[in-house]
Design a protein around this ligand. Structure first.
Ligand code: ADP
Ligand code: MG
Length: 255
């Protein structure tokens, strides 16, 4: 069965003053898949993600998300589309003065007219999805790093977005918390059919969750395709990265 293209980027160009960050970037992401964006530090992964989220004006090229050309959207359509996209940032960034439940409720109270009782029920359900129902009344300062990420994930999916973007969500997590975060991401894909775009450097995460790899190098896409093919890419940067990955994978198996 042919998978539906959910994101299509064509010849995207991005620069900050004289620094060209993306130069002719093209790739696609598909419905119900986890697309992992890889590349060295400063290779433009976050810049690319922010373009997909519509946070930067498009300087060159074209981005189409859920069949909509980002540059052609009227304001109403823009808002409609952005409500279909959830985001989990590296920092997690929950508001410290609000409880976990109040944090997760924010997008719902800001962007919907749902009655407060229904919002509470939805929040409880979302926290349950990320194994955080017990933290409903806690404040962010009372949570561990892994719990903070899971609470931020609950907030990112509060509006039931079909599309979720995560920028290095595993950074700074211990291996056990990382694995449980990966498991949640897989659950969102497998049980709710979400399409997920994930920026990560974490080798175990890539092996656990990636369907498709987009590898950025020197402002261009050095590889695009299934994880299995990425491991055999002849491109120097991609092959260097995956030779490490293979070794770590082997080490993990031997352990
Ligand atoms: N808002 C900005 N203003 C100026 N330069 C930026 C800005 N955001 C990113 N950059 C630069 O663009 C390059 C790519 O950054 P980024 O997209 O954050 O890379 P990555 O996420 O892959 O580490 C870096 O050289 C970075 O310093
Ligand atoms: Mg980044």
């Amino acid at each position: 069965m042919k998978k539906e293209k959910i994101i299509e980027v064509n010849d995207l160009y991005a620069a900050f003053d004289s620094l060209t960050v993306l130069s002719g970037v093209s790739f696609s992401a598909y419905q119900g898949e986890v697309t992992v964006i890889l590349g060295g530090s400063g290779s433009g992964k976050t810049t690319l993600l922010k373009h997909l989220l519509g946070l930067y004006p498009i300087m060159g090229g074209r981005i189409s998300i859920l069949g909509k050309d980002l540059a052609q959207l009227r304001e109403v359509e823009q808002v409609e589309l952005y409500h279909k996209m959830g985001v989990l940032y590296q920092s997690g960034a929950l508001l410290g003065s609000l409880t976990v439940a109040e944090n997760v409720a924010l997008p719902l109270s800001q962007h919907t007219k749902l009655p407060p009782e229904l919002i509470s029920d939805i929040v409880y359900m979302k926290l349950g999805l990320v194994n955080m129902a017990h933290a409903y009344h806690l404040y962010p300062s009372q949570l561990s790093g892994g719990m903070l990420k899971r609470a931020a994930l609950a907030r990112a999916i509060a509006m039931d977005p079909p599309l979720l973007f995560c920028d290095e969500p595993g950074a700074g997590l211990d291996p056990v918390s990382l694995e449980s975060l990966d498991q949640l991401i897989l659950n969102l894909k497998n049980q709710l059919g979400m399409s997920i775009v994930l920026v990560t450097h974490e080798v175990p995460s890539i092996l656990r969750v990636a369907n498709r790899i987009v590898f950025l190098d020197q402002g261009q896409v050095a590889f695009e395709g299934p994880l299995k093919e990425a491991m055999h890419s002849k491109h120097p940067a991609v092959s260097a990265f995956f030779s490490v990955l293979k070794n770590e994978h082997v080490r993990e198996l031997v352990r």
